[in-house]
Design a protein around this ligand. Structure first.
Ligand SMILES: *[C@@H]1O[C@H](CO)[C@@H](O)[C@H](O)[C@H]1NC(C)=O
Ligand SMILES: *[C@@H]1O[C@H](CO)[C@@H](O)[C@H](O)[C@H]1NC(C)=O
Ligand SMILES: *[C@@H]1O[C@H](CO)[C@@H](O)[C@H](O)[C@H]1NC(C)=O
Length: 199
């Protein structure tokens, strides 16, 4: 009877998984508000613009609120009611763009923007749902090195050109001096010749 038991065991597992999925789906949509966060983790570099992408759906008018939580504390970023008002915190003025689907774009991120971003979508009747996005911000070490390498190559090229130029100058000066001496010698000989004739 062992194989049969195994089959039944599998059936129970499948049933439990289905139940869990159904429960999860039910929890995710309390009162008809749902939220999808396709990318729960974002890696960004300093000065980049990032899109905290979400998509909510809800029957009535929803209020969306974004908060930033990091080791420096919790800051409210923006709160808006679809088709009603947009209230952006003074700290984030000119840095935040809101989208109809609940997403926000954060411009020119710095190291301080790393941390957790919490979104709350609240329906008119009070039902709400939450989402989280983790943002890592890295400094642009590679590009710094790249810049140094480019600068170094440029300086090397400039010094090579300067050395060539100086060598050319030196060479032409030598040539000029040689010509001058030649001319001088020639004229002196002529003078001497003239003198000899006069004599
Ligand atoms: C972010 O970087 C970490 C390691 O630094 C990596 O494990 C993770 O997959 C990256 N995530 C994304 C979304 O690129
Ligand atoms: C939300 O809207 C923005 C702008 O239209 C779009 O770039 C983004 O992909 C959307 N997010 C989702 C999850 O559909
Ligand atoms: C906008 O936010 C400020 C401060 O957080 C608050 O005093 C004000 O009442 C808000 N305005 C609206 C329309 O919610």
């Amino acid at each position: 009877m062992r194989p049969l038991q195994g089959c039944r065991g599998r059936g129970v597992v499948v049933g439990t998984v289905t139940l869990c999925l159904a429960a999860g789906w039910a929890l995710q949509t309390p009162g008809g508000v749902s939220l999808v966060v396709p990318q729960p983790s974002i890696n960004a570099t300093v000065a980049q613009n990032i899109l905290l992408s979400v998509e909510y759906s809800c029957r009535g008018v929803a209020t969306i609120e974004w908060k930033h939580v990091s080791s420096w504390g919790t800051t409210k970023i923006v709160e808006w009611k679809s088709g009603n008002y947009v209230n952006i915190s003074t700290v984030y003025k000119d840095r935040v763009t809101t989208f109809e689907n609940g997403s926000i774009q954060l411009l020119n991120v710095g190291m301080r923007d790393a941390g957790y971003y919490f979104i709350t979508v609240t329906e008119e009747h009070g039902a709400n749902t939450y989402g989280t996005i983790v943002v890592n911000v890295y400094e642009i070490i590679y590009e710094d090195l790249h810049f140094v390498a480019v600068l170094f190559t440029f300086l090397a090229a400039v010094s090579a050109i300067l050395v060539c130029f100086m060598w050319l100058c030196n060479k032409s000066l030598h040539l000029f001096q040689k010509k001058m001496t030649h001319k001088l010698t020639a004229s002196t000989t002529e003078e001497i010749e003239l003198e000899t004739i006069e004599c």
